[in-house]
Design a protein around this ligand. Structure first.
Ligand code: NAD
Length: 254
């Protein structure tokens, strides 16, 4: 499928995980992918692979984000897709009882303020074109509670979800669609390492998943490609859950 032929797509967090899988998927579907990350080597290697471009940018830095989107439009003539996906979930962000203000603020800045900046500086370019698709990565934790808390992460993703909904509504008549992608737990190297060390922690989570497994990054990338493409032309302001049935489950199969 070439649903994204010649579309210019900015993907943040493109060096790893969901962003990397999405960069490959978008490029396979014909997009010109601009990978954005702090990891210059990884995004330059990706750009070589996909024939796209790489811009090193800290998405929690307002000036850097404004400059990055301006550069994309200067270099490629347009901006069709912004997949605002970079995020962190550091171990210092834990229960509210132990999480300090520094960890709280760092997570808010990188997970939520960055999405505010990316939308703020992508939307004006899309308004000029009268068309665009913005996808903000939230999470299943924006709609469900966990007793294994990462309090700032959860609050940041709730913020991403609410902001996305509002932007989707505000810009709906200008041809700009804004959707929140809410992945369930994804089989990333970090998660594998964590659960390989601690089978009980893995089981505590897996028991809630109707499918009995975590997602692969490529499965989340497929959903992102759908939201980026005109196949989702009647979708905006949505909470798009790709969670293996997690949020719909009460009792799961044995
Ligand atoms: P990952 O750690 O594999 O990749 C995140 C990327 O973001 C990294 O390459 C990192 O360098 C980059 N990044 C971090 N801070 C940045 C900054 N300030 N500026 C630019 N780039 C920065 O993570 P992932 O698992 O692929 O997660 C991607 C998104 O999906 C995140 O927003 C995460 O919260 C969300 N998510 C992940 C899961 C999961 O289980 N992995 C589940 C739900 C939601």
């Amino acid at each position: 499928m070439k649903r994204l032929q010649d579309r210019v797509a900015v993907i943040s967090g493109a060096a790893s995980g969901i962003g990397l899988a999405s960069a490959r998927r978008f490029a396979d579907e014909g997009a010109v992918v601009v990978g954005v990350d702090l990891d210059t080597d990884a995004i330059e290697a990706l750009a070589k692979d996909t024939g796209g471009a790489a811009i090193t940018c800290d998405v929690s830095d307002e000036h850097a984000v404004e400059t990055m989107f301006a550069q994309v439009v200067a270099d490629h003539g347009r901006l069709d897709i912004a997949f605002n996906n970079a995020g962190i979930s550091p171990p210092e962000d834990d229960s509210i009882l132990t999480t300090g203000i520094e960890a709280w603020e760092r997570v808010q800045r990188i997970n939520l303020t960055s999405v505010y900046y990316c939308c703020k500086y992508a939307i004006p370019h899309m308004r000029e074109q009268g068309k665009g698709s913005i996808i903000n990565t939230a999470s299943f934790v924006a709609v469900m509670g966990a007793a294994t808390s990462q309090i700032s992460y959860t609050a940041s993703k709730g913020g991403v979800l609410a902001m996305t909904r509002e932007l989707g509504v505000q810009f709906a008549r200008e041809g700009i669609r804004v959707n929140a992608l809410c992945p369930g737990p994804v089989n990333t190297p970090l998660l594998q390492e964590l659960f390989a060390k601690d089978e009980e922690r893995a089981q505590r989570r897996l028991v809630h998943l109707p499918m009995g497994r975590f997602a692969e990054a490529s499965e989340i990338a497929a959903a992102a490609a759908f939201l980026a493409s005109d196949d989702s032309s009647y979708m905006t302001a949505s909470t798009f859950l790709v969670d293996g049935g997690l949020s719909g489950a009460y009792v799961t199969p044995l």
